[in-house]
Write a protein that binds this ligand. Sequence first.
Ligand SMILES: [Zn+2]
Ligand SMILES: [Zn+2]
Length: 271
Amino acid sequence: MKYADLHAHTSESDGTLTPEQLVKEALKRCLSAVAIVDHDTVSALPLALKAAEGTALEVIPGIELSTQYENQEVHILGYFLDHQDKGLLDELKPVRENRIRRVHEMIKNLKILGIELKPQTVFDIAGSGTVGRMHIARALVKDGWVGSTAEAFRKYIGDRSPAYVLGFRFSPEKAIKIIRDSGGVAVLAHPYILRNDEWIGEFAASGLQGLEAYYPEHSQSQVNYYLDLAKKLNLVVTGGSDFHGSAKPDIKLGAVKIPLELVEKLRNAKR
Ligand SMILES: [Zn+2]
Ligand SMILES: [Zn+2]
């Protein structure tokens, strides 16, 4: 059997492996395909595609866009998009500024809670990639405020935690449009976090084409539930590990993987 992991992050967003290292890791894990879906950026893709040239690995170009819907953060994945599309790159430019502003706001909230974090610590960890909550979590670990990034999310910066700030530019509908306009297939990421499953039908009506049914946090009964729902709504099914390297040390690349035939269904959804 050949397998794909359709949810991996690199150091261009909040993962810890460079695009080249991620390609090596995917080959080591005997994956046939890996999708790189960095948060709000496609900058890893040229590097990863080049690194995979002449190997048995297919790198699937992707992205994970952060959106908000009824005061909740919702992530929309895009697959097989044209990562050089000008329209896509133009939409992504202001997102970067927005993310920097959001980090400063969360650092202010942490200060109210008695936690002094220097913005520069966070930005140094992020390096040249898009900055986000995982970098704040790693800064909190580095300065000794928490023992792990998971604890940072649980106590301070997870959804609805005291220092959390919601503030994304796009609605799910807009993100779906951006992905489809650049030739991609739009898929809802980790649906278990949604407060209301009726939203999935609403997103489907806005052009959503797939559902990430296989995900580390999904129980078998949740997987079955999402497989059923995908069938009802005529959505393709995807899955992946949400690999972040050592930023999420318990999740290995390929921890969740799907048979290649599902990748072909996803590819066909482009047409
Ligand atoms: Zn996500
Ligand atoms: Zn992700």
